[in-house]
Design a protein around this ligand. Structure first.
Ligand code: NAP
Length: 359
C-alpha cells in the first residue's frame, strides 16, 4: 500500500481534470489532505451527484478545492481552470464499454480532442511545468493475443497498442491515440514535461457512487447474478485505485519520474475474482463459480453485451503479463494484496446499494 509523502504544499494550485471521476476523486482527496489547492474541472459543477463527495472531503481537509466547468470537446474550455497552476493531472476521458452506438463520438473524439484541448491550454499557460496524463495499459496492448508477438511474454512501457481501432476495442483505441497525441505535443516544446500513468483494470473502494466508470460496473456484475452461469476464461491485470491515485502524486512531484509507468498489482482471471469474493461473502451473492467453455462464450458472448466474437478469439484463454518494476523502483509504489482491493470494493458496492438496484 502506498501513502505518498509529498513536498510541503505551496500556494501553486494543481489542476485535476475530470475531478468527479472514480480515480480523480482519490487523487483530489490525497492532494487536499496534504494541504494543496486543487482546481478540479467537471462538466457540471452544480450537479450534486458529481461533486457532493468532493465538497465533503474538502470541508474536512487542510487544502482548498475550487470547481470549474469544462468539457473535453469545447475548445479553450480548460484555460480558466488552469490559470496559475504548476501541475496538470489530466484524468478526464470516457471509460465506458457499452451503452453507445457511435464509438467514435462516445470514446475516441472526447479522448483525442480532449487531450489536444487540455495540452493546447498548457501551451498557453506559462506556469505549468509538468503534466501527468492518466493513460492506460490499453495504450500498451489491445488484446491478450498481442503478447504472442512479444518475445519475453511480458508487456513493458516500451510497447504500444497497434491492434485496436474504432471498430475493434474502441476504448483501447481511444487511449492509445490520446496518449500518442500527448507525447507528440509534448515533444514540440520544451517548457513542460509529461509523465503518463498506465494502469491496468482499476478496482478498490469508490468515493463516489455517481461515477460511470466501467470499473464499478464490472464489479457490480460479479455480485448481481449476470455472471452466475460462468465467466469467460479471461486474464486481466488489476490494480487498486488508491495505488493509481498515489502514483499520480508521486509522478507529479518526483523530478526523476519520466516517461510511462505501468500500474499493475497482478494478473488474474475473472474466476479468481469470484473466488476471492466467495471466500469472504460465502453464498450470499451469486458470484461466478466456473469458467464458461470458450465455444459457449463465442456463441453467446455477443448476446451478453460488449463481448464480440473477435474479442473472444483474441483474448479468451490467452495469457497476460506486465512488468511493473518502473512503478516500484522509480515512483516507489507499493502494491497491496488484491484480496484487500476486491473485498473493500465489493463491501462499498453493497453499502452504496448498487447491487439491490440491479438485481
Ligand atoms: P470515471 O469515473 O468515469 O471518470 C471519467 C471522468 O471523465 C468523469 O468524471 C467525467 O466527468 C469525465 N468526462 C467524460 N467525458 C467528458 C467530457 N466530454 N468532458 C469533460 N469531462 C468528461 O472513470 P475512471 O475509471 O475514474 O477513469 C479516469 C481515467 O482513468 C480515464 O482517463 C480512464 O481512461 C483511465 N483509466 C481507468 C481505468 C479503470 O479501470 N478505471 C484503467 C486505466 C485507465 P464529468 O462527467 O463529471 O464531467
Amino acid at each position: 500500500m502506498t501513502t505518498p509523502t509529498l513536498p510541503e504544499s505551496t500556494m501553486t494550485p494543481i489542476l485535476v481534470t475530470g475531478g468527479s471521476g472514480y480515480i480523480a476523486s482519490w487523487i483530489i482527496k490525497y492532494l487536499l489532505e496534504a494541504g494543496y489547492t486543487v482546481h478540479a474541472t467537471v462538466r457540471d459543477p452544480a450537479k450534486q451527484s458529481s461533486v457532493g463527495h468532493l465538497l465533503k472531503i474538502a470541508e474536512q481537509a487542510k487544502g482548498t478545492l475550487k470547481l470549474f466547468k469544462a468539457d473535453l470537446l469545447a475548445e479553450g474550455s480548460f484555460n480558466e481552470a488552469m490559470q496559475g497552476c504548476g501541475i496538470v493531472m489530466h484524468t478526464a476521458s470516457p471509460f465506458v464499454l457499452e451503452g453507445f452506438s457511435d464509438a467514435n463520438e462516445a470514446l475516441v473524439r472526447p479522448a483525442l480532442e480532449g487531450t489536444r484541448n487540455v495540452l493546447n491550454a498548457v501551451n498557453q499557460c506559462p506556469t505549468v511545468h509538468r503534466v501527468v496524463l492518466t493513460s492506460s495499459v490499453a495504450a500498451i496492448y489491445g488484446d491478450n493475443e498481442d503478447i504472442l508477438a512479444v518475445p519475453s511474454g511480458v508487456f513493458t512501457e516500451e510497447h504500444w497498442n497497434t491492434t485496436s481501432s474504432v471498430d475493434h476495442n474502441p476504448y483501447q483505441y481511444s487511449k492509445a491515440v490520446a496518449e500518442r497525441e500527448a507525447w507528440k505535443l509534448q515533444k514540440e516544446q520544451s517548457r513542460w514535461d509529461l509523465v503518463t500513468i498506465n494502469p491496468a483494470m482499476v478496482y478498490g473502494p469508490s468515493l463516489t457512487s455517481g461515477s460511470q466508470s466501467a470499473s464499478i460496473d464490472t464489479l457490480v456484475q460479479m455480485g448481481d447474478g449476470r455472471l452466475r452461469t460462468g465467466v469467460p476464461k479471461l486474464t486481466i491485470g488489476v490494480v487498486d485505485v488508491r495505488e493509481v491515485a498515489s502514483a499520480h502524486l508521486l509522478a507529479a512531484f518526483n523530478p526523476a519520474a519520466k516517461g510511462r509507468f505501468i500500474l499493475n498489482a497482478t494478473e488474474l482471471t475473472m474466476l479468481k475474482i469470484g473466488k476471492i469474493l466467495r471466500h469472504k461473502y460465502g453464498s450470499q451473492y451469486p458470484f461466478p463459480r466456473m469458467e464458461a467453455p470458450t465455444f459457449l462464450v463465442w456463441a453467446f458472448g455477443p448476446l451478453m453485451g460488449p463481448i464480440t466474437r473477435d474479442f473472444v478469439k483474441r483474448n479468451v484463454g490467452l495469457p497476460l503479463k506486465f512488468d511493473n518494476r518502473r512503478s516500484r523502483d522509480i515512483l516507489g509504489v507499493q502494491y497491496r494484496p488484491v484480496e484487500e482491493t476486491f473485498i473493500e470494493h465489493f463491501q462499498q458496492v453493497i453499502d452504496d446499494g448498487l447491487l439491490k438496484k440491479k438485481r
